[in-house]
Design a protein around this ligand. Structure first.
Ligand code: HGY
Ligand code: MN
Ligand code: MN
Ligand code: MN
Length: 411
């Protein structure tokens, strides 16, 4: 607890646990896949809490939700804060939810303290940050920032062939407001680090200076379904064996970059997925990340040819499609400084850090001065149901968020 505590830590933790009930999984995580009925339930609970505070709700054409608190000067541009309520299929309680619920606690504390800031403040729940259902992470903030076109995003489909437009309609969150950048003064996002550094160094606050570059691909390998018992090696066109070579290649390309390298195959579909059929088709995801744009460019230049070489001689055909790439994104020095000053004023040990994960802040930063605040998470674990943080860590992050947002709104 810092000296000039403004936020209510127990109330913050209760709200985090109440949100974690929505989509709760038996292993202690959450499954709130974007634009599903469970996501809708989370959105409705968020709306109820915001409306109880008298905030004005606005939903845009991508389902991004904005809860507005008026300031003294209606001419001032709003200061935004928030994150995302959607989760991975086996996600944790805090990835995304911490930033939204801490933002709610900031609003609740301003209300309790009867503080009216000069500028208005808007709390945001961005649609589909995770990308695990429709294959494009940061989708809602990406459309808002003009990275993806609205019609383009509406056409993204999930593995069942449902597209974003249909999914938005199915939960009633295709809002009337344009999903486009509106003038805003700044954006602050609180998020768990999703890595081990802050915990290892005993730092409760991360001053996030930016996020690393990344590229996402879809890969399809086509061979030939065949009988497992009658087909000799010389006649096989085994798509899974060919895929295994590409998967090993992704790992090699990552390790060739040392501890800064990131290369992952997270999603894999084997067809027909029958134990006595040689697989004729394999579909899988590939992603690479690196803090240095030039190194990511080298990975993007190297991968397609190296993958072709890996499947040579297998009799299979490889198709690699780039879904998107994003360069490393530095955050706004003045906003980063507000985070630094807030942590110092509150007496929280802090360190500068680059984000290994992407966040909505990465795309919002293309349009609005942006900064992020990190808090530690146990063993650096995230995108895992065991993801956990301490109440005092949530409290520290929320307090820094409060100070930075109010300082910006009153500057
Ligand atoms: O993949 C990411 O970096 C984000 O957490 N969805
Ligand atoms: Mn997240
Ligand atoms: Mn995530
Ligand atoms: Mn993220």
């Amino acid at each position: 607890m810092s000296t000039n505590q403004k936020i209510n830590g127990p109330r913050l933790w209760d709200a985090l646990m109440a949100m974690a009930e929505i989509g709760a999984t038996p292993k202690g995580g959450v499954k709130r896949l974007t634009l599903t009925e469970v996501d809708k339930a989370g959105r409705q609970r968020f709306t109820q809490w915001c409306e109880e505070l008298g905030l004005t709700m606005r939903v845009d054409a991508m389902g991004n939700m904005f809860a507005r608190r008026e300031g003294r000067d209606p001419q001032r541009l709003p200061v935004l804060l928030g994150s995302h309520l959607d989760s991975q299929p086996t996600g944790g309680k805090f990835d995304g939810a911490l930033g939204v619920i801490a933002g709610l606690e900031v609003m609740r504390s301003l209300h309790d303290l009867n503080i009216t800031t000069e500028a208005p403040i808007e709390l945001v729940n961005w649609t589909d940050e995770e990308g695990s259902r429709f294959g494009h992470s940061l989708m809602g903030s990406g459309v808002w920032a003009g990275i993806f076109g609205l019609e383009e995003a509406y056409g993204f489909t999930d593995l069942d062939g449902v597209n974003v437009s249909q999914a938005l309609d199915s939960i009633g969150y295709k809002g009337p407001h344009p999903a486009a950048p509106f003038p805003a003064d700044a954006y602050f996002e609180l998020h768990i680090e999703q890595g081990p550094i802050l915990e290892q160094e005993g730092k409760p606050i991360g001053i996030v200076t930016g996020a690393q570059a990344q590229v996402w691909y879809d890969a399809v390998i086509t061979g030939q379904d065949a009988h497992a018992g009658t087909t000799p090696p010389s006649a096989r066109r085994d798509a899974l064996v060919a895929a295994a070579r590409v998967i090993a290649l992704v790992d090699e390309m990552m390790r060739a970059r040392g501890e800064a390298g990131r290369g992952t195959v997270g999603q894999l579909q084997v067809l027909p997925n029958s134990r006595n059929v040689v697989p004729g088709e394999v579909r899988f995801s590939v992603e690479f990340r690196h803090p240095d744009d030039a190194e990511l460019a080298r990975l993007m230049a190297e991968f397609p040819q190296a993958a072709e070489a890996a499947v040579a001689g297998s009799g299979c055909r490889l198709e690699v499609t780039k879904l998107f790439d994003m360069p490393a994104q530095p955050f706004d020095p003045a906003c980063v400084d507000l985070v630094r000053q807030a942590a110092a004023r509150l007496g929280y040990p802090a360190r500068e850090i680059t984000s290994g994960a992407a966040h909505d802040a990465v795309y919002v930063a293309r349009r609005v001065p942006t900064a992020m605040i990190f808090t530690p998470c146990k063993d650096g674990l995230s995108h895992n149901e065991a993801e956990s943080i301490l109440p005092e860590e949530a409290e520290a992050g929320c307090q820094v968020l409060f100070e930075a947002v109010v300082a910006r709104a009153n500057r």
